[in-house]
Design a protein around this ligand. Structure first.
Ligand code: C2E
Ligand code: CA
Ligand code: CA
Length: 443
């Protein structure tokens, strides 16, 4: 191994590190390729092959646990090796929020990998199978185990979801396993998923409590992997943010959602707005507001029919940046909503300085309202204060008729949630609006 500054060379067969080693370096591959594997007895299980631009060995650096896999150069390989003390120094100098964020992401990532490894450890004949055969059989085995795991998981989820008082989204391990498979074995990047058009937007209706009709919808992204399975945003959005790919993905989302709004306007007389979620990283892009304005113009939508949703926590973490961009975004004529309200720490007086049109009450308050007087009072107060500040209110996560009745009593303007509909593919959403018009149905 020849070391010059951070640039390091490994010959074919050299180990970058072995399973169980302590973390000393994180690596970025400049050229060549590195195989990541697990050893069990005399057998080796290849988890992935990494190439130019990939990062490895970062987890043991951040969370200080031993290496969970072995990394070996499979051809002459040039890497940038970043030493532990250098990374530690940079982490110590960084904002405490960034440190916390890094640790959380790394421990989640490791947890996903560990679960993946446990699945392999469940293969009884693993030690007996020769390496080559093992590698060839890997995908089939994962699929087999996944399908067994999924059927158990589905039954568990059904039991849990139908239990009284449970309002959690079905974020089962099934999704974790599928996306881990994507991350580790296929190492499928978000970039190529964008190119391969594997992302899709679904639309969840937003209902006007006065007319009981659809008044708008929220665009929610899904990743349809090559097998057609839908992966939910919490599985890949943090990664998209980490890698900065959220910028490209964010523009793709805005374009698709604007095209859909245009389609709704040309097809239906009643105005239906489309909400687009923006994430924090997008605000670091100085051209965000101009680009969004261009996207709305190119799609030919009335700007007021597009609503941008920004979470309360985004606002707290990027105050200066976000506040400036929000005022400019508002000047384009688009609408603005504050999302997940109640989960952060913003005060109403502070909210008043920002040009929001809509406040979305987080679903945790909505679901707690029926059994908890405090939540009931919070919802009531939030609705009245929002109205006093000239904002309308959307209640999120509405799941029962009783919740609808209570929200209507409080003069909540709009509702969104499984009680009305889950998010739907574009065609299904259009069909729903059509039915509402032709059959005069009400929610
Ligand atoms: P969010 O903006 O709060 O979106 C609402 C989430 O709540 C959606 O989950 C939706 O499926 C779920 N939901 C809606 N009604 C109900 C209900 O009645 N009960 C329960 N339990 N859940 C309900 P989803 O689609 O998994 O999205 C999760 C989060 O991912 C979103 O939270 C948003 O923060 C982010 N996200 C989704 N799509 C995009 C996107 O296009 N861009 C960005 N930047 N973020 C997105
Ligand atoms: Ca949202
Ligand atoms: Ca929300």
């Amino acid at each position: 191994m020849v070391q010059k500054d951070f640039s390091t060379y490994f010959d074919t067969g050299d180990y970058l590190f072995k399973e169980g080693d302590n973390g000393d370096f994180a690596y970025i591959i400049e050229s060549g390729s590195v195989e990541i594997s697990h050893s069990r007895g005399n057998s080796k299980l290849v988890l992935s092959n990494l190439g130019e631009g990939d990062v490895l060995g970062e987890m043991a650096i951040i969370d200080k646990l031993p290496r969970s896999a072995t990394a070996q150069a499979t051809e002459p390989t040039q890497v940038i090796a970043i030493p532990l003390d250098y990374i530690e120094e940079k982490i110590t100098e960084s904002d405490p929020a960034i440190r916390l964020f890094l640790r959380i992401i790394m421990s989640r990532y490791r947890d996903m990998r560990d679960r993946f490894t446990h699945v392999f450890e469940g293969i009884e004949d693993f030690n007996k199978t020769p390496f080559q055969e093992e590698t060839a059989n890997t995908t089939a085995k994962i699929d087999n185990i996944l399908s067994q795991y999924q059927s158990i998981q589905q039954r568990l989820n059904t039991a849990v979801n139908t239990a009284p008082g449970n309002h959690e989204e079905n974020f089962g391990s099934e999704q974790t396993l599928i996306s881990t498979k994507l991350l580790v074995t296929q190492d499928k990047s978000i970039k190529s998923a964008l190119q391969d058009e594997e992302f899709v937007l679904h639309y969840q209706p937003i209902i006007d409590f006065k007319s009981n009709q659809i008044i708008g919808c929220e665009a929610l992204i899904r990743w349809a992997d090559s097998s057609g399975k839908l992966i939910l945003p919490w599985e890949f959005m943090p990664r998209a943010e980490m890698t900065g790919l959220i910028i490209d993905l964010g523009y793709w989302i805005a374009k698709e959602a604007c095209k859909f709004q245009k389609r709704l306007t040309s097809q239906f007389l009643q105005p239906i707005f489309v909400s687009i979620n923006l994430s924090g990283k997008q605000f670091e892009d100085a051209s965000l507001v101009n680009s969004l304005a261009d996207i709305m113009d190119e799609a030919g939508v009335a700007h007021k029919m597009i609503k941008y949703e920004i979470t309360e926590s985004l606002l707290m973490d990027n105050h200066e940046l976000a506040s400036n961009a929000l005022h400019r975004l508002k000047e384009t004529g688009a609408k603005l909503a504050i999302d997940d309200f109640g989960t952060g720490y913003s005060s109403f007086s502070y909210l008043h300085q920002l040009p929001f049109d809509t406040l979305k009450i987080d679903r945790s308050f909505v679901s707690a309202m029926a059994n908890n007087l405090k939540s009931y009072e919070i919802v009531k107060t939030l609705v009245h204060l929002s109205h006093d500040l000239g904002m309308n209110v959307i209640a999120e996560g509405v799941e029962t008729k009783f919740e609808v009745q209570m929200l209507k009593q409080h003069q909540t303007d709009y509702g969104q949630g499984y009680y009305f509909s889950r998010s739907l593919p574009d065609e299904t959403f259009i069909q729903l609006v059509e039915n509402q018009i032709t059959e005069k149905t009400e929610f």
